[in-house]
Design a protein around this ligand. Sequence first.
Ligand SMILES: [Zn+2]
Length: 198
Amino acid sequence: MAHVCWQCGEELSRSHTGYLCDDCQGKQLKKMITDDEDLVDAEGYAAMLGLDSAEQLRRIARDGKLAPRIPAIKQWRWRRKDIEAWFKQKQRAGDVFRKTAMGIASNLRTCRYDSVICSSLSDTIEDRVYGVEPILGTTASGRFELIELVPVDKSVALNLLKQLPKEEFPELIGIIDWADLTYDKINEDFIVRLEAYF
Ligand SMILES: [Zn+2]
C-alpha cells in the first residue's frame, strides 16, 4: 500500500516519518505559529525538565518518557498545553505510587523488625506486606497484641513492583509479588531507598 501525505496525497518514501510530506509539515507548523499556539521546541522542553541539553531530551524520548509530540509532523515540537497535561497526569500517577511505596515500606519495617512477627529470616513476608488485617505483634510499650499495618492496594503495589528499576532494587530481582520477599532481603537500607524513590 502506498504511503502518502494525508494533506496533499504526495507519495512518501518508506523511511519518511510522520503523516505529512515535508512541505505540508512546514505549512502546518507555520499555521500553528501564526495561530498563536504556544509551541515548545526540544531546547524549551529540556529546560522545563531541568535538563542541560536537547540531546538529553532525545535520550529520554527514546524511552517514551515525554509528552506526545504534535501529531503528523516529525519535528521536535510540542504544544505547551500537551506538556502541561502530561506533567499533571504523571504527577497524579507519582502520587499514587509514592503513597503505595510508603505503605509497603512501613509494613516491611514493622514486620521485619518485630521479633514476634519476624521469627525466621528465611520466611516470606506474605500478605502482611499489604496490611490486609491487624496481626499479632509488639506495641510501642512492649506488649504483645494486634497491631495495625498500613492497608495497601495490591494491584497498585504489583504495578509499582514492575516499575521499580531492578538495578536500583536488586532485592526485587525475581520477585513478582511483594508477598514473596523473604525477611533476609529486607533491611533498613532497602526500605529507605523505597521511601525515597518517588
Ligand atoms: Zn503533503
